[in-house]
Design a binder for this molecule. Structure first.
Ligand SMILES: *[C@@H]1O[C@H](CO)[C@@H](O)[C@H](O)[C@H]1NC(C)=O
Ligand SMILES: *[C@@H]1O[C@H](CO)[C@@H](O)[C@H](O)[C@H]1NC(C)=O
Ligand SMILES: *[C@@H]1O[C@H](CO)[C@@H](O)[C@H](O)[C@H]1NC(C)=O
Ligand SMILES: *[C@@H]1O[C@H](CO)[C@@H](O)[C@H](O)[C@H]1NC(C)=O
Ligand SMILES: *[C@@H]1O[C@H](CO)[C@@H](O)[C@H](O)[C@H]1NC(C)=O
Ligand SMILES: *[C@@H]1O[C@H](CO)[C@@H](O)[C@H](O)[C@H]1NC(C)=O
Length: 347
């Protein structure tokens, strides 16, 4: 056994002198004056510095109760531990490539005039926030429950928050936790959610997860249209749905298709249009627009009605979802109103 170990061990375990200092980020510590905690980031080097004087006869640095260096003799088998300075005024070692398990108390142990003295410094290892595991993008049906997870590491322990990005600034925070739980999810809760892991070591780590909420079609726009014989007529039907709706057009029980009876059906995103290239008397009447996706279907009745060649375009709004509208009658009323106005203005 190495002889000086006895006094080192003695002095370390009977730590007489412990002067707490102020934490600094410089990576330095001094002895026997002010002792500061040493804060470094993971991967950086930490310098443990002990200021001594010429009365000192023996010196050592310890990691907890394990001797790292005694004088110039290296006791640690860890290649990251090296001696920097061993002079009558200073005794310093360096730990390279610091990792989290290096965190803890380190002791500078000296002997002066047969008086052992120790001073302790805490090595504090910081780790930038990093998201380790986060839920994948997810598609759910409206009304179901969703749990998103965001696991982050870092030192100090990062604060994890979830924010709904599709929502106005300041109102988007939905969770101050690693878990984001949404029960009975609604269509307006779809969109991107951002997980942010924050500590004061470095910039927050941020990742996004997309929630897609499926819902059955809902016809938001379907207008009755007035066209005169020989003109081009367009009926249009707008449906919101996720996944996007597929459209079908019917007249009574007959399904319409592009190319048949001089019509064309065009679907562009949420809107389907039924175009009559040359409207004739037989085209007037009720049409049904059916919007379907895997969650269901809905329909709206739309009327193509006759107007006199001089009059303009759209009539009153259609009634949605199979409820019958008295559109023909309304169209007549509207038409006669228009004619009356013409008459009135003329005379
Ligand atoms: C040094 O770190 C230790 C452990 O984290 C803590 O208890 C002590 O208060 C710190 N000292 C100073 C001066 O910050
Ligand atoms: C300090 O001690 C801890 C606990 O035994 C160990 O995991 C770590 O590697 C040591 N660090 C150094 C630099 O000796
Ligand atoms: C992420 O978390 C999930 C749920 O806890 C788990 O099943 C999965 O194995 C984790 N993945 C990784 C890479 O840690
Ligand atoms: C529209 O149809 C009528 C009758 O079928 C026909 O006389 C007329 O030429 C057509 N107009 C156009 C522009 O095709
Ligand atoms: C339209 O919707 C009504 C009520 O939901 C339904 O009874 C009817 O069969 C539907 N019509 C078509 C053509 O799908
Ligand atoms: C068209 O639909 C309306 C209301 O939906 C109804 O009152 C009218 O009788 C229908 N007309 C025809 C020709 O089917």
């Amino acid at each position: 056994m190495y002889h000086p170990a006895c006094w080192i061990f003695f002095s370390a375990t009977t730590a007489l002198l412990f002067i707490p200092g102020v934490p600094v980020r410089s990576g330095d510590a001094t002895f026997p004056k002010a002792m500061d905690n040493v804060t470094v980031r993971q991967g950086e080097s930490a310098t443990l510095r002990c200021t001594i004087d010429d009365r000192v006869t023996r010196v050592a640095w310890l990691n907890r109760s394990t001797i790292l260096y005694a004088g110039n003799d290296k006791w640690s088998i860890d290649p990251r531990v090296i001696i920097l300075v061993n002079t009558p005024t200073q005794y310093s070692i360096m730990i390279q490539n610091v990792d989290v398990y290096d965190e803890g108390p380190y002791t500078c142990s000296v002997q002066t005039d047969n008086h052992p003295k120790t001073s302790r410094v805490h090595l504090i290892v910081q780790v930038p926030p990093q998201i380790m595991n986060i839920s994948s993008d997810i598609t759910v049906n409206e009304g179901s429950s969703v749990t998103l997870l965001c696991l982050a590491i870092g030192r100090p322990e990062p604060t994890v928050t979830w924010r709904h990005l599709s929502v106005k600034e300041g109102q988007g925070f939905v969770s101050e936790d690693e878990y984001l739980e949404i029960s009975d999810i609604k269509r307006d809760q779809s969109g991107e959610y951002e997980c942010s892991a924050l500590n004061d070591v470095a910039a927050p780590d941020v990742r996004k997860v997309k929630i897609t909420v499926n819902y059955p079609p809902y016809i938001s726009k379907a207008r009755n249209t007035g066209v005169s014989v020989g003109q081009k007529g367009i009926l249009s039907c707008e449906a919101s749905a996720v996944p996007a709706a597929e459209f079908q057009w019917f007249k009574e029980d007959t399904r319409l298709a592009t190319g048949l009876d001089g019509v064309r059906i065009e679907n562009k995103g949420r809107i389907s249009t039924l175009t009559f290239f040359n409207v004739s008397e037989k085209d007037y009447g009720n049409y049904t627009c059916v919007a379907t996706n895997k969650l269901g279907n809905t329909n709206a009745s739309i009327t193509l009605y006759e107007i006199s060649p001089s009059s303009a375009v759209a009539g009153p709004g259609a009634v949605i979802d199979g409820v019958n509208s008295a559109s023909r009658a309304l169209a007549c009323l509207w038409l006669s109103g228009t004619l009356f106005a013409h008459f009135f203005i003329k005379f």
